[in-house]
Write a protein that binds this ligand. Structure first.
Ligand code: HEM
Length: 393
């Protein structure tokens, strides 16, 4: 067992876990398979697909009212963002309303704009120095794409990235940092929501104000603000992490990179494998009634963590799961979650990922991880490479 772990005392925020989660899940799966984390309020960590799926499907015993992995001082969620923090029956109405914005057709219309964003970022990269793919390329694509959907000025994107990092990647002890960023984001969206309600434009915020719920009510400002907040947070660190891990893989494994250069039509299939192998998201649930997970009794109020990446590495679900096969044929992975909360933005995320990889390979076909520099991973709720020092050949 990894020296920093014992099955009854995991620290999900430790560097050992953040850097090496897949290896730790493997050990836990073989030994527990439902581990207990005692750090930061504590909670249960199932590591087999079967147990993770059972929790995700059982919305009665496991509520989404607090999906944050980091505990909050008073046990309430910092994220009030329908539909991700909603339970049935309210969840379905809110989700249904958002679906058209993320349909394959709506996403296809955003592809050209995304390609332009990628090219603009590539233009700014100096290929003669060490390039940090995560910082200089990957992190900017999702925030600009969602920003343009919401109608945010481009110059605000840096501020949004910083807020999202403060909320999703800070250590649980840094409560003030999370709280401040949340307040700043909500204030920003409150202003935006009010402005668009008074003077609608051709953006998602204005369209949300025009929506009507099945009971005939319009959306409140609070609802619109919460939805903007969710889209920004759900779409940013996740996609940033996935673009970074995909390009890190291609920097490390030149055979896979060369294969994609010879046959770019394989990029969408390879993207699915990167999503499977490097799935970034862990969500939480709150136990609402006495229940069991994989034979372990859990009590109302307990937190449960759902590491979807662990489902993707479960040998009962995938052949040779730790081996990354860029043309894997059977690949119904769980990077986008399981059950009613399955990712609403998966079409958008896939489009961004494929375009980010295509454009990078087109501009810089030959690249590798810089020697003498260490790649680092960050995040527990949204885990991904945060420093990818790269040499362009
Ligand atoms: C590679 C990128 C992404 C990954 C891996 C990912 C993953 C996930 C996962 C695992 C969930 C399930 C949450 C749960 O069970 O509690 C989820 C939900 C969600 N995601 Fe994504 N996501 C990505 C990108 C996006 C993007 C780009 C957007 C939109 C801008 C988005 C919007 C949402 C929304 C709105 C939900 C909540 C759906 C619901 O509660 O019904 N995601 N995502």
């Amino acid at each position: 067992m990894n020296g920093n772990f014992n099955l009854e005392d995991l620290d999900l925020f430790s560097q050992a876990y953040v850097q090496g989660a897949p290896e730790i899940w493997k050990e836990l799966r073989e030994q527990c398979p439902v581990a207990r984390s005692v750090s930061d309020g504590g909670g249960w960590l199932p590591t087999k697909y079967e147990d993770i799926a059972a929790v995700a499907y059982d919305t009665k015993s496991f509520s989404s009212r607090d999906v944050g992995v980091a505990a909050t001082p008073d046990g309430t969620s910092v994220l009030v963002a329908p539909p991700i923090t909603s339970d049935p029956p309210f969840h379905a109405d809110v989700r249904r309303m958002l679906l058209p914005f993320f349909s394959p057709k709506a996403v296809a219309e955003m592809a050209d704009g995304t390609r332009l964003i990628a090219r603009e970022l590539l233009d700014q990269i100096d290929p003669t120095s060490v390039v940090d793919i995560a910082e200089e390329y990957a992190r900017h694509i999702p925030v600009r794409v969602i920003g343009s959907m919401l109608g945010l000025p481009k110059e605000d994107s840096q501020m949004f990235t910083e807020w999202a990092v403060d909320i999703l990647q800070s250590h649980p002890d840094e409560w003030d940092r999370r709280n401040r960023a949340t307040k700043d984001i909500l204030d920003y969206f409150a202003e935006l929501s009010r402005a668009r309600r008074l003077e609608p434009q051709d953006d998602l915020v204005s369209k949300l104000h025009a929506e009507v719920l099945p009971n005939g009510d319009s959306l409140t400002d609070k609802h619109v603000i919460g939805t903007c907040f969710l889209l920004l947070l759900a779409g940013m660190d996740t996609t940033w992490s996935s673009i970074s891990s995909s390009l890190l893989h291609l920097a490390k494994y030149s055979d896979d990179r060369k294969r994609l250069l010879v046959d770019p039509s394989l990029i969408p299939t390879a993207t699915e494998e990167f999503l499977r192998a490097y799935a970034p998201v862990t969500m939480a649930r709150v136990v609402t009634e006495d229940a069991e997970i994989g034979g372990r009794a859990v009590k109302p109020g307990d937190k449960v963590f759902l590491p979807f990446g662990a489902s993707n590495r479960d040998p009962e679900m995938f052949d040779d799961p730790d081996h990354i096969v860029i043309d894997r044929q059977e690949n119904r992975h769980f990077a986008f979650g399981i059950g009613i909360h399955r990712c609403l933005g998966s079409n958008l995320a896939r489009m961004e990922l494929v375009i980010a990889i295509e454009e990078w390979l087109e501009r810089f076909p030959n690249f590798s991880v810089a020697e003498n520099e260490e790649v680092s991973w960050g995040g527990t709720q949204i885990r991904g490479p945060r420093f990818v020092p790269t040499i362009i050949h």
